[in-house]
Ligand binder design. Structure first.
Ligand SMILES: [Zn+2]
Length: 360
């Protein structure tokens, strides 16, 4: 490095030049490098500035020789500083060492906060609505037997829902399928609790969960969707208990003004069966796009438990009776949030989830 004659310079300059490579190497971050740059090549008070003073004050006959030495020294420092700067910047970009990347004055990165999915939130809300009425939560497997999904629910052998066109059967397992509704949870719970029914005085539970049907994906259909099933078994249970319970639940869900109406319908596992409409929560019954001008929207299917369902589980229908209801979660969520396309709930687009209030 001493390819030029340093004897013309003051001892503190030659000392500084000797220390330069070590000082440069010791710079662990851009801040330290800038301080070193200031000390060696800064405009004022730096070694370079001192050299310029020295050159200015030098006798005429020495200026040329001294100028060559000073320029060589300055450009050596400058190019070495520039190279080190590029090195440190590259290290910082690559995530570098803590010492080169850490800046306590930068605002911290804030990761997006997680939250319940809108469908899970609606199911959790339903559970909270029914909890004060003594309902607990029951779960069942998504891979079910024909016995639980159909036989135990009084669904006839020739019912179209049993066909492979509507139901996913497991390859190589003739009697296993993906449950087509949450109702098999009824069969499991009734069978399990039948022996202690008298001791408990009855059964009441909610069964939220995933169900599967061979539907093409479109704005209102998905081969996988969610239901919330509810069931109550007791003595002397009639339609008035069902109506009172559901009317209470809809008020809790949609507000005190929520009104319901029942229409007769048919499901194999209830007798009598009905569908329940709720007064359109968006237009309060005046008529809108969501309720197609009728002022009412269908929200669930229900009925009194068919005696065959109780018998199948080993419960005597002469002593016990009850009601059951099942609600489509996506359908309700779409209605309440005016979401036109079911698929939005499954695409995990954070903009949609934020709009639904699930994310901050
Ligand atoms: Zn409406």
């Amino acid at each position: 490095m001493d390819s030029f004659d340093l004897s013309l310079l003051a001892p503190e300059i030659t000392g500084a030049h000797a220390q330069f490579p070590g000082a440069l190497e010791a710079c662990a971050d851009l801040g330290a490098l800038n301080r070193l740059k200031g000390a060696y090549t800064g405009r004022e008070g730096s070694f370079s500035a001192q050299l310029m003073e020295r050159l200015k004050a030098a006798p005429k006959d020495q200026k040329r020789e001294l100028g060559v030495v000073i320029n060589a020294l300055k450009s050596e420092w400058e190019s070495a500083l520039k190279a080190r700067q590029a090195q440190l910047e590259a290290a910082r970009k690559a995530g570098g060492s803590a010492s080169s990347a850490w800046d306590a004055t930068l605002p911290p990165p804030i990761p997006p906060a997680g939250a319940l999915h809108p469908l899970n939130r609606l199911m959790a809300r339903l559970v909270e609505v029914f909890r004060p009425l003594g309902y607990h939560v029951e779960e069942g497997p998504e891979v079910e037997t024909e016995e639980h999904n159909f036989d135990g629910l009084n669904i006839p052998e020739d019912h179209s829902a049993r066909g492979t066109a509507d139901t996913f059967y497991l390859a190589g397992h003739a009697h296993l399928l993906l449950r087509t509704h949450t109702s098999p949870v009824q069969v499991r719970v009734l069978k399990r609790l039948a022996p202690e029914l008298e001791k408990k005085g009855g059964i009441r539970f909610l069964a939220p969960g995933r169900v599967y049907r061979k539907d093409e994906i479109d704005p209102t259909h998905s081969p996988m969707f969610h239901q919330v099933e509810g069931m109550l078994v007791g003595k002397g249970i009639g339609m008035h208990h069902l109506k009172g319970t559901l009317a209470y639940a809809m008020k809790a869900l949609f507000g005190e003004g929520a009104d319901v109406r029942f229409r007769p319908s048919y499901f194999p596992f209830v007798e009598p069966g009905c569908e329940m409409d709720v007064r359109c929560p968006l237009c309060s019954g005046a008529g809108c796009r969501v309720c197609k001008g009728s002022g009412w929207v269908e929200i669930l299917g229900a009925g009194l438990i068919h005696p065959n369902v109780l018998r199948f589980a080993g419960i005597d229908p002469a002593i016990w009776s009850g009601f059951a209801f099942g609600m489509g979660v996506e359908r309700t969520a779409m209605m309440v949030s005016q979401t036109p396309d079911l698929r939005l709930f499954f695409e995990n687009d954070q903009r949609f989830l934020k709009l639904m209030g699930g994310l901050d």
